[in-house]
Design a binder for this molecule. Structure first.
Ligand code: ZN
Ligand code: ZN
Ligand code: FE
Length: 757
């Protein structure tokens, strides 16, 4: 008997064909395996028992770095071949779709790295078909060594032999290298002057242990490394990087050392040790070896493990956790070139640990949370990109251009949606340049001919202006929060009736108001606004974002009236000059520079200020993060809330909620109690509103999206509340709930528009 198996997804450049060869040989089967564009096709023949054994072992033994998104087994006609062969690739049509993401060092390579008898003992660039750089070294396509930055390193005879042997772990490992032929490390001083040194990693480790900041050329660009147990050193890094309080990610040598600093469970370990090796946000321990300035007042920690041999060796040498953060000044893209880094990071780094393998594609570290057993992405870059999100069906070529903050773009090609790596906030020219550069790369190597491009409704976004240059035949504008809902629909493939909830910072609304606490009636690809948080006047400008007390004052005025609001504000915000309070009350009275908003994110800002947790904010998201961080673990009751109808929209009235928090804050209740009550109340109101809308629409599903749902406290309560009401929540698992995911929603929307005529 014979069988044909097709595996789609990330199946090339990850050791898939050698794995199939080994498994077929073990089962005593004849046949062949070959790469085709976007998939691996396997033909096996032999007796029925052997075929079913192969089939049973196939999924459990798939290489860890592979991500099979579609798998089909079909009966085939025996071809009468002898033995099993790896057929050479059909290279026609190979596109970006076949490049795998970068993969963390595999156990086999780690063993060799530690083995004094191995020829790659302590070689910081070792890799194999199961691991190593991929996307970040690609200069053009198809993916082979000649078109990566490894082209500069001709393989030695020993490496070439491995590369050519179908049974070797390095068969067609394009970045294959060894100390004889591969990339090398070097060291430069903070001024860029070469430092003579036989042991670059030792020199970097010694500098770090001495409290210095070392710039390390990593996988997707430069990183700044500093001793995470040295508070003075971490504070110096903050000052030089102009990053006041935003938490730093910390790299630990191994899972055991993570446990000393954070509370992690088995499911967290699995995420940390996965081939994508993301930064995982977890609960920090109160007594921890980490310096206080690492997380700067938040009870969470971003933790990760070494994912290249270089990181592994550095962590072994310092034998303590390191802050490892992207090599840039705040608001700039990560530096990738040696010269670029030495000029841009001058004055930040005291020492440069360099190497001569060029980083071609900029890629920050990815960040995730764990929700249930799976990941909940926060920032999607290294290890994820360019693996696509698979859509429920095929579409014409289209592109979604993303938002303004945490931007990404997304090309749809067939049934695959390719998101770019996290690019960043598009307010500064260098980040815009990065966006355009990445856009050109993706467009060219996906061979995308977008029939349509979709941008945000906001007229002032960079991506809205870019739409004219996107190279598409038609343009669509999609409201920001609808794009959030579409992104969740795209990745879940859900096509029925549902309620959509988008809780977010701010987005340009269809009625000219600033949206951000929205409920939608979803029916297939039809998404209509069905409800919202009640509007309140949002003081405009950057000042209101940096100073949450301003938003709070507006809410105080709405709930207590102008006179009482002033008194309450002076009491709650003793550090704010009374004159500033008076001026803002005046502006609110005359409606100068204020716009109505339904933003859930701004409500968090305001309550965080009312509790005294974050009256002024030093980075985006600090106020809500502090509020969540403070929430007491014990339930403490809730505030009242009301749902009402207003012009056909279900409206969630927060005035009793705000009144309650203000009374508690003025009554000197602990911030943790107020925060817990606030979270529980907002969750209850969200569940009540969603279930009322679900009932009237005959829906059983609730789609949750928007950056506010990165708040694990809110999310977990909304999830359990929905389940109690027999509603099925749909949440993000592949792209961020924040603005990093909206390009997918825009692309999905445009794809459906074009496909529908
Ligand atoms: Zn490996
Ligand atoms: Zn070699
Ligand atoms: Fe958003």
């Amino acid at each position: 008997a014979a069988m044909e198996i097709t595996a789609r997804g990330v199946v090339q450049g990850v050791g898939f064909r050698p794995f199939v060869h080994r498994l077929a040989s073990r089962c005593g089967l004849a046949g062949w395996v070959e790469n085709t564009p976007g998939s691996v096709v396997i033909h096996i023949e032999g007796d029925v028992a052997a075929l079913s054994r192969f089939r049973a072992l196939f999924v459990p033994e798939t290489p860890p770095a592979a991500r099979v998104t579609r798998l089909s087994f079909r009966k085939a006609a025996p071809a009468g071949v002898l033995g099993f062969t790896i057929r050479s690739s059909r290279s026609d049509g190979i596109a970006l779709s076949t490049i795998p993401p970068d993969i963390a060092t595999c156990p086999g390579c780690l063993r060799e790295l530690a083995d004094p008898a191995d020829r790659r003992h302590r070689y910081p660039f070792t890799n194999c078909t199961n691991c190593g750089p991929r996307f970040t070294i690609v200069t053009s396509l198809p993916y082979d060594r000649e078109r990566t930055s490894m082209a500069a390193f001709p393989m030695c005879a020993a490496c070439r032999k491995e590369y050519a042997d179908p049974l070797d772990r390095r068969f067609h490992a394009e970045p294959n290298a060894c100390p004889a032929c591969g990339p090398r490390l070097s060291v430069r001083g903070g001024d860029g002057a070469p430092v003579k040194c036989d042991d670059p990693i030792g020199a970097a480790a010694a500098a770090i242990l001495g409290g210095s900041i070392v710039a390390v050329r990593g996988l997707g660009g430069f990183q700044l490394a500093v001793d995470a147990t040295n508070d003075a050193a971490v504070r110096t890094l903050r000052k030089r990087k102009r990053r006041e309080e935003k938490p730093f990610a910390v790299m630990f040598r191994d899972v055991d050392s993570v446990r000393a600093a954070a509370r992690i469970e088995a499911a967290d370990e699995a995420i940390l040790l996965s081939p994508r090796a993301p930064v995982l946000l977890v609960a920090a321990r109160a007594r921890s070896p980490l310096a206080p300035s690492v997380s700067a007042g938040l009870p969470t920690a971003g933790v990760f493990l070494p994912y290249t041999p270089l990181h592994r060796m550095l962590l072994d040498r310092v034998d303590r956790p390191l802050v490892v953060t992207s090599g840039n000044a705040t608001d700039e893209p990560i530096a990738i070139g040696n010269d670029e880094a030495m000029s841009r990071l001058r004055g930040i780094a005291d020492l440069f640990l360099l190497h001569d393998r060029e980083v071609v594609q900029r890629s920050d570290d990815s960040v995730v949370r764990r929700v249930g057993r799976g990941i909940y992405p926060i920032r999607r870059a290294r290890g994820f990109v360019p693996a696509p999100v698979i859509l429920p069906r095929s579409f014409p070529d289209v592109v979604g251009l993303g938002g303004e903050l945490k931007s990404t773009f997304c090309f749809v090609k067939g049934d695959a949606a390719y998101l770019s790596q996290h690019i960043g906030d598009l307010e500064q020219a260098p980040v815009r340049d990065f966006y355009e550069e990445a856009y050109r790369f993706f467009r060219r190597f996906l061979d995308a001919r977008p029939r349509a491009a979709c941008h945000d409704l906001h007229p002032a976004y960079f991506t809205t202006a870019f739409a004219d240059r996107a190279g598409a035949d038609r343009l669509f504008a999609l409201q920001h929060h609808k794009a959030h809902i579409f992104s969740a629909l795209a990745e879940t493939g859900f096509a029925g009736k549902a309620v959509g909830v988008a809780f977010d910072g701010t987005g340009y609304g269809e009625d000219g108001a600033i949206w951000g606490g929205e409920f939608f009636a979803v029916d297939g690809m039809d998404v209509r606004r069905a409800g919202r948080l009640a509007y309140f006047p949002l003081p405009g400008g950057d000042a209101a974002v940096r100073e949450p007390w301003r938003t709070a004052l507006s809410l105080l005025r709405e709930t207590l009236g102008p006179a009482e609001a002033g008194a309450a504000a002076r009491e709650l915000f003793p550090d704010v000059p009374p004159e500033s309070i008076r001026l803002l009350l005046q502006a609110l009275e005359k409606k100068i520079n204020v716009a109505p908003t339904s933003s859930a994110g701004r409500l968090f800002d305001a309550v965080s200020a009312i509790c005294g947790l974050c009256v002024r904010s030093s980075y985006e998201g600090q106020a809500p993060m502090r509020l969540e961080g403070a929430a007491a673990s014990k339930a403490a009751g809730t505030y009242p809330f009301t749902l009402s109808e207003e012009g056909g929209q279900l409206t969630v009235d927060w005035s009793d909620l705000v009144r309650g928090t203000v009374a508690d804050a003025r009554g000197r209740l602990p911030a943790g109690t107020i925060s817990r009550r606030f979270h529980d109340t907002l969750a209850a109101a969200t569940v009540a509103a969603a279930s009322r809308l679900a009932e009237s629409a005959g829906a059983r599903h609730v789609v949750l999206s928007g950056g506010v749902f990165q708040n694990a406290t809110l999310l977990s309560r909304v999830l359990s509340g929905l389940r109690k009401r027999k509603l099925t929540p749909l949440i993000h698992r592949q792209v961020p709930a924040n603005d990093g995911g909206i390009s997918l929603g825009q692309a999905y929307f445009a794809a459906a528009q074009v496909a529908g005529g």
